[in-house]
Design a protein around this ligand. Structure first.
Ligand code: PMP
Length: 359
C-alpha cells in the first residue's frame, strides 16, 4: 500500500511553545508570560475594526496601500519599501523562505527568539546558533560564524528574553562586517519601548542587505489580531512580495492596525506606563535580591540564584494566579521573564514575590 510521506525535513521542525495561558483550577489568571499590552487594544482600533467588519463580504486590499502609507508617515520610511504580514512572524518567514534553502545557513544568537531555528528549518536551511556575551549579543561571535553558506543573520534588538539592547555603533559594526550577500534582519518587536532607538531603520534605509521587522502585537496591543511589517531595500521587498499571499491581511486587520498606528496618544500612554512600572518592578526585584538588567522592553528578565529558586518563585506566583515565563529553553534556567503590567498587576507580582522571599 502506498504511504503518504511528508517532504524531507518537515518532521524535524520543532513545534513552537508559546507562553502558558491558563492554570488548572484558577478561573481568573493574570497572564504576564507573552509580553502583551496590559491596557488591551486601543479603543480607536476597536472602533475601526467594527466599522471595517461591515465590509467583510469584500476582499481586502492586496497591496495594503493605506496601511503602508500610515507606516511610512509615522516612521518616516518609504511606503514602497514596506511589506506587511500576519504578525512579524510572517514577515520573518518571507525573508527566510525567499532567501535561504537547503544547504544554506541562517545565523541566530544564543538567547534569540525561539522561532528563528524553526523558521530556518521551515525554509529547509540549517540554523546556526552563536553564543552571546553576558546577556548581550556578541557581534564578533556572529561575524566569526559567517561562512560562504550564510544567507541570513536574525537578530532581536532589543533582545528577548534578555531585554538588553545592542548599541547603535555595534549594530553598524555588525552590518559593516557582514558580506553584502548576507541579509541582516533586525527584529524590532520591542523597538517602541527602547528610548532613542530607531529599530535599525537608518541601516535598513541605507544598506542593500538590511531588513527591519516590526509588530503591532506589543505596544499597539494587537497581538491577537496578527499584524506586522518589514522595511528594507526595494530589491528585497520585491522578492519577498512574490511569496506573500495576495490577501494575507483581512479588512479588519488592516483597518485596526492603521487606526492604532495613527493613535499617537496611545503610543505615548503605553510607553509612559511601561517605563514607570518597569522601573518599579526592576527596583523591587533587586530589593528582593533577584538580579535583573535594565530592560529596554516591556518585560524584565529576573535571574534567581538557581533554577530551583526560580522554580520555587514561579510556583508561588502560580499559586497566586500569576503566569510568567520560564525561559530555560532560551538559555536561562535560573530566569523568569515577567511582562510589565499596569500598576495593580505589577503590585500583585511584587506582593507575591515578597511573600515567596519571606517564606
Ligand atoms: N520577534 C520577537 C523577538 C518576538 O518576541 C515576537 C513575539 N513574541 C515576534 C518576533 C513575533 O511577533 P508577532 O508575530 O506577534 O509580530
Amino acid at each position: 500500500m502506498a504511504v503518504i510521506t511528508p517532504q524531507p525535513g518537515i518532521m524535524d521542525i520543532a513545534l513552537y511553545e508559546g507562553g502558558k495561558s491558563h492554570l488548572d483550577g484558577v478561573a481568573q489568571v493574570l497572564k504576564l508570560s507573552s509580553n502583551e499590552n496590559p491596557l488591551g487594544p486601543p479603543p480607536s482600533a476597536i472602533a475601526a475594526l467594527t466599522q471595517a467588519a461591515a465590509g467583510m463580504h469584500l476582499y481586502p486590499s492586496t497591496d495594503h496601500a493605506d496601511l503602508r502609507a500610515a507606516i511610512a508617515e509615522m516612521w518616516q520610511v518609504e511606503a514602497d519599501r514596506v511589506i506587511c504580514g500576519v504578525g512579524s512572524d510572517e514577515v520573518l518567514q518571507f525573508v527566510t523562505q525567499a532567501f535561504a534553502g537547503p544547504g544554506d545557513e541562517i545565523i541566530y544568537t544564543e538567547h534569540g527568539f525561539s522561532m528563528y531555528p524553526i523558521l530556518a528549518n521551515m525554509a529547509g536551511a540549517t540554523p546556526v546558533k552563536v553564543p552571546e556575551a553576558v546577556r548581550v549579543v556578541d557581534v564578533d561571535a556572529i561575524l566569526g560564524a559567517v561562512t560562504d553558506r550564510t544567507r541570513i543573520v536574525l537578530l532581536t534588538n532589543p533582545g528577548n528574553p534578555t531585554g538588553t539592547i545592542l548599541p547603535d555603533e555595534d549594530l553598524v559594526r555588525l552590518a559593516d562586517g557582514l558580506p553584502d550577500s548576507v541579509i541582516l534582519v533586525i527584529d524590532g518587536a520591542y523597538t517602541e519601548y527602547a528610548e532613542g532607538y530607531d529599530g535599525g531603520r537608518s541601516l535598513a534605509k541605507e544598506r542593500p542587505n538590511v531588513l527591519m521587522t516590526r509588530t503591532f502585537s506589543k505596544i499597539y496591543g494587537l497581538g491577537g489580531l496578527r499584524v506586522g511589517w518589514g522595511y528594507g531595500p526595494k530589491a528585497l521587498i520585491d522578492v519577498m512580495t512574490r511569496i506573500r499571499q495576495p490577501f494575507n491581511l483581512s479588512v479588519v486587520q488592516l483597518a485596526a492596525a492603521e487606526a492604532a498606528l495613527r493613535d499617537r496618544d496611545w503610543l505615548d500612554t503605553c510607553s509612559a506606563l511601561n517605563a514607570d512600572q518597569r522601573a518599579r518592578l526592576t527596583g523591587a526585584l533587586r530589593q528582593l535580591g533577584v538580579e535583573c538588567d535594565e530592560s529596554q522592553t516591556n518585560f524584565v528578565l529576573a535571574r534567581f540564584a538557581s533554577p530551583d529558586e526560580a522554580g520555587a518563585a514561579d510556583a508561588t506566583l502560580q499559586a497566586d494566579g500569576i503566569i510568567v515565563r520560564r525561559v530555560t529553553g532560551y538559555g536561562f534556567p535560573e530566569g523568569l521573564r515577567i511582562t510589565v503590567g499596569d500598576a495593580e498587576q505589577t503590585g500583585r507580582v511584587i506582593d507575591s514575590l515578597t511573600r515567596w522571599r519571606a517564606a
